[in-house]
Structures are given as structure tokens and as C-alpha cells.
Design a protein around this ligand. Sequence first.
Ligand code: ADP
Length: 819
Amino acid sequence: MAESSKQDDVFPIASIPEGAASLESIVSTEELRRRPSRPPDYEKENRALVALASALTDSSSDIFQALADTILDVTQCDSSGLSLLTRDNVGKKFYWPAIAGAWRPHLGGDTPGGFGPRMPAAKECLLVPFYAEGKAVGTIWAIMHSVRRQFDAEDERIMHALGQFASAAYRTMESIDDLRIEIAAREKAETMLRERATGLEAKIRRLVNANIMGVFIWNLEGKIVEANEAFLNMVQYNHENIVSGSVRWRDLTPEEWRGWDELAVANLKATGTVQPYQKEFFRRDGTRVPVLAGAAMLEDGGTDGVAFALDLSDQKRAEEAFRRVEEKARSIVDSALDAVVAMDADGIITDWNKQAEVIFGWPRPEALGRGMAETIIPVQYRLSHQTGLRHFFKTGEGAVLNRRIEITALRRGGEEFPVELTITPLQSGDTWTFSAFIRDISERRRAEKELRESELNLRQMTETIPEMLWSASPDGAVEYGNARVLAYTGLSAGELMGNGWLKSIHPDDADRVARTWMSSVTTGTPYRVEVRTLRAADRTYRWCVTSALPLLDPQGQILKWHGTIVDMHDWKQAQEEIRNTQVELAHINRAMTMGELAASIAHEVNQPLAAIIASGDSCTAWLANEPPNLDKARTAASRVIQAAMQASDIVQRIRALFKKTPSTTTPLEINDVITETVSFVDGEVRRKGVSLNTRLALDLPAVLGDRVQLQQVLLNLVINGAEAMAGAENEPRLLLIQSALTEPHRILVSIADTGPGIDPHQEARLFAPFFTSKPEGLGMGLSISRSIIEAHGGRLWATRNEPRGAIFHFALPTATANE
Ligand code: ADP
């Protein structure tokens, strides 16, 4: 080794490969310096160094070869070179492969392929290490292969200088190499990137053009620079709109989404990307399209970006449809009259509808997630609930499943109440859900109880009521008679049933009653008969009114018949007596009226009598003539007959009024009845200073009635009017009888006077029997008149006359109306 150095440790002995040079052949530097040395040739040396330096700047790749040539030249050695310290592949051994070298030409060679300090056999070898950054990196060497000369101190000095140059050259080369490697690596990376970019770009292009989703290039100013078909279709714009720059993504965003966009832009600026988020875009027509949008900046810190938009309309529509279906389902469940609740296998409430809220008092959000048992089951039943559930999971059977049962439930307030429920287990995969339909039946229970009570009440009432009540089935079979019926008829409940009741009917009535009842049952019309029924108490048949009404369901079907039996026997007898009395009274009233009319009646009868006398006289006179004038006598005689008939007629009519006759109904001309009546009273009223007039409508339809009774009414009203005016000395006394047809089937007769009118205090009692304001009055006239008119199906009433007096009206149905 020519140079001992502090970097000895860099070359551990063991690592030095065995070479051809033996240890003894190594000359120490000391010994070299003891040899006689030639003088330094600085000029040559400088030239060499300048040449080397320029070689280094010109073509750095050849610098090591140039260095080897320079060593050869300045040391006058046989071969020279430069070796780099290199580790073997495993890094255990070092060796010095020469990377450049030069031979003296006489040694027979140009630059050999492989050479080093060992080959060919060397006589003397001068090795100088060189360093880079304090580490030995290689050696430069000069070798003498002959004894032509020996190296001296000058050689060592030059080699040392060249070693420093080698170090500089090495460092330069190293940095150049590093640079080259770096450049190469960068180029390679760039190429790869470019390749990758072109591949990726192509793929992205394909994606963009596939129009699976909307893609557009945008910038931060709000412009859309480029967009694919899908995006344009989505927002209803075309390429021209994009090119003209009129489509701005900010404008496409509805107000309420702008905030999201701002957030997205902030993210883009910070991280270069934004995670997909849902928003809406305006379409050109102003409608909106829901999208999933995402974006990325094209370059970090740039202003352009790419965005995609996925049309969510279908999804939204589907979601909306699903939501609506769900809403509908929920609203159906919520509108259910039953509580619909569900729990999972752990007994946790998973569904709870509106009615459940109402029934149990737990709002849905509170109920969900609670345990079913502690929410709706009273504490004393929870154990059996748990047991039932366990049993179900063990055996798949449950006593309460899929059928309607009644149990006690618990309200939030602690109240227990009866419910009816059905539980349906549902399995989906491994999970079980139990749905229950629960109906609060406390109201029904209460109603049932009330019904029972009210039925009992009603039963008690029908049994204690002092009336006879009975009911029959729709087909007419008697089903029930209350205690009164049984007591009255003496029949047992069993005997009464069906048509057993007929036993208590008078044999003469039984047929008629049975027929009427069956006809009511078949037609559904109310039933009412007067029938003689055997009263058990005294074994007598008594007149009863038996009636019944059908009870109908909403469709009009008969559900039942409900009836009563009223003993009318006493009432009927009383009625009979009243009727007789009335007839009596009417007769008396007539007789009295006629009594009042006696003078005018006499006058009326006198008239034909006088005519008879006069005509009889003249008849006699004509017969007494010589010769007797038979013609004249015959005429006189016929006048006698005529007058006699007239008299007889008057007497007949008066007798009719006096007679107590049963009423007969015939068609009557009301005007005739009026005229006839007037003929009776005319004289009488005239005597009282009253002028009586009639104003009768022509062509009036007939009425059906009793002549005598209607005359009685007219007489009463005319006499009353005349009597009312009797006191008024200086007032005109006018009585006007009018007839008219007021309605198609109604005839109105009115009798108006100019008397004092009706005393308002007495108005209410006017028609009451025995009401009179007259000292001699009986007070039956108006009462009898009203019952006569009402018996004719008409009406009698009084009003005020103007300027004074009273008007009495009666209206009668025409004969056709009666039909
Ligand atoms: P009477 O004529 O016997 O009193 P009515 O029953 O005929 O019985 O009349 C009852 C009462 O009605 C009369 O007493 C009289 O006070 C009153 N009255 C009847 N007609 C008239 C009339 N046209 N004007 C005023 N009052 C009348």
C-alpha cells in the first residue's frame, strides 16, 4: 500500500481479495521517498491538469479515461487506471473493478477489456486512493510491468494530485449520474403518468360519452364549460347554450340548495374533491330534477373542475311512491278502529298506530322501544304472557295466536280495561314479529251492561204498567203478553202464544179479527180493531180496542209487532150516552130556534092559506056564475091545490126540523140549503129590523151531508147574527150569507153581521158547550154547529167583520173530495 491513511478501516484486510502481488512486494511510502527522485516537471503537470479540467467540462463521460491517459503520461508507467471500490452482490466483500485504464503501446495493447492492478504481472505498482465526502471510493494506479524504471517521490506527489482530481471528477460524475438517474426516473415517471393519463382519459371519455350519468366541466366562476348529452338532457339545454356560456351551474341551483353548493366549493378548495351529495337542478322549463352530484378540481389550486350528476328522478319517484304506499299503509293502520301494535321476539314494541295511542295513552315515539308487557299488560298477567311467549318459541304453538280472545289490558294511567285481541306471529328469516289487533271493548261491555239493565227495566216496566201489552213475531204469532193481559183474559202465557189468544175473542168477532190481523201481518200496515174480548174476572165480553204497530229494521223488514189492548167498554158506553144527549140537545136547540121562528113560520104558512082561501072564494064565485065559468073555476081550483101543496111543503120542512131523525147523508146543493133556510128566517129577521142578503156562487159542486143538520147550523148562525144586532138601535143591521168555492174541493159558507162582534175575552170559550152571554140562552148553538160541521169533515170558525161585527165561516169538502 503506497499510502497509509486514516481511512484504513474502510479497507478491512479480510476484504481485500487475494491478488498476484505478495505482501512483501508492497513498498512503503517511506521507502519510496528515500529513492532518488527526478525533478518535478510542473509545466507538463499543469498542462495535464488543464487538459483534464477541460476534459471534465467538455465530456465528463470520458474523464476517467482521460485521467488514466494522464497518469500514463506524467508517471511514464506501463499501465494506469482507475478502480472503484465496490461491494459484491451480498455486500460482504470489496473489490476494485477498474473502470478506465491505459497501456503503454509497446506493451501491446489498446485499452483492454478487463484489467486491473494485478494483470499482467506487475513489477511495481503505485496506488493512490481518492475520497468523496470523506469516504474512500476508489483508487488511481500506475503500474510498471518492467524494470525500466522505479517509481519515486515525484510520482507519488503527482499521483496524489491526480487522486484529488479523481475525487473531484468522481464527485462531478456522481452528481451528473445522480442527475441523470433523477432525470431518467422523472422521465420514466412522466412517461408512465402520460401513459396512464392517456389510458385513464380514454376510459373517462368513454364513461362521459356513455351518458350513463351527467358529466360537466365547470369553473369556480360558476360557468359550465363542457357537458355531456346526459347532463344536457337532464337540464334540457343543448351544446349551443353551453358554448355561448349562458348555462351557469350556480343559476341551475335552486335557492335552497345554494348553501350546499357553497359547502361543496369550500371542500373542493380545501381537498380538491367533494363527496357525492343530493341536490336539485332547475331544468330549462323551471321544473326541478333531483340529482346525486359529486365533483373534483382538475388541478390542485386550480379553478376548473369536473362534476357528475346522477338523475335521481326515478329513484325519487320510486321513493315517493314507496313513501306514499307506506304513508297509505300507515294511514290505513292509523285509521283502523283497532289498535295495531307489533313487538319483536324480545317483546320490544316495534309498531304502534294512532288508535294504540288513543287506547293505551302512550304516544308512538314513547311506546316504540318499550317492552310490550310492561306497557300494556297488567302486572298480574305478565308472567303468563312471558310463559306463553316461551312456549311459542319452544313448540311453535300458542294458545292465543290467530284467534280472537278477550283479555284485560293496562292504560298508561294504570286503569285496567277489557280488550279483544288477535295476535299473528310473522317470521322473516330468523326474526319473529308479533302483530296484534286490539280493540277496546270497555264501551261495549258498558253498553251490554246498560242494555241488560235497560232490558230488565223495560221488562219490569211492561210487567207493572197498568196497560195490556203484547208482542208478536213478524209472521203474526203472539210471543208475549204482559201480566195485565194474562190477568184480563185469564189465559196462561202458554195459552196466549201463537193464536191461542183467539180463545178470548167473542165468536161473532173472531173471524173478522183474525182476518184483519193476518192482513196487517202480510201488508205491514198498522193493526187496529174493535173487538169484544172475554174478561175473565166476570166472564163478560167487553169492547176492547186492540192495536199493534210493526217495528221495522233499516231495510223496512218487520222485526216484531208490538201491541196494546185497551178496554173501551165503559168509554164506548159513555160515548153512546153522550151521542144520545147530543142528539137530544140538538133537537132542543132546534125546537127552541123554531120556537123563536114561530111567528115567521105562521106567516109563511098563512100565505098559502090566504091564497087557498082567496082562490077557493074565486072558484066558488066562478062556479056561481050563470053559466058557471068552468075554465076560470078550474084555474082557481088549481091555484088552491098549488097553494095547498106549498103549505104542505112548508109544514113538511118544519116537521123535519122538529123531528128527531137519525142523520142521513145525501148529495146536496149548498145554495139550496141556504135559500131554504133563508125562507124560514126571512120574516123573523126582518121583524128585527135586519136586512138579510145572500151572495151565492153559481155552479157550486155538491156536498155530501145531512140537509136538516146543515140547515140547523145555518139557522143557528143567522139567528145569532140577528140577535147580536138587536141591541144596536141606530146602526145599520146587515146580514150577508155568501157561498164560494175556495179550493178545488172545498166550499166556504160565511154569515157576516154588523153587530158588536165577538168579545175578545169570550173568544176562547165561544164554541164551548153551555157558553152563552144571553139571559135566555142555552149556549149549545155554536157547540152543536161545530160538531155537525166536523162530522161532515169540515171546519167552523169565527173572525172579525170590518168595520164591525162578526163573520162565522164553515168550510165543507165537496162530494167529489169525499170520494
Ligand atoms: P146562545 O146563542 O144560546 O148563547 P150559542 O152557542 O149560539 O148559544 O152562542 C154562544 C155565544 O156566542 C152567544 O151567547 C154570544 O155571546 C156569542 N155569539 C154567537 N154569535 C155571535 C155573533 N154573531 N156576534 C157576537 N157574539 C156572538
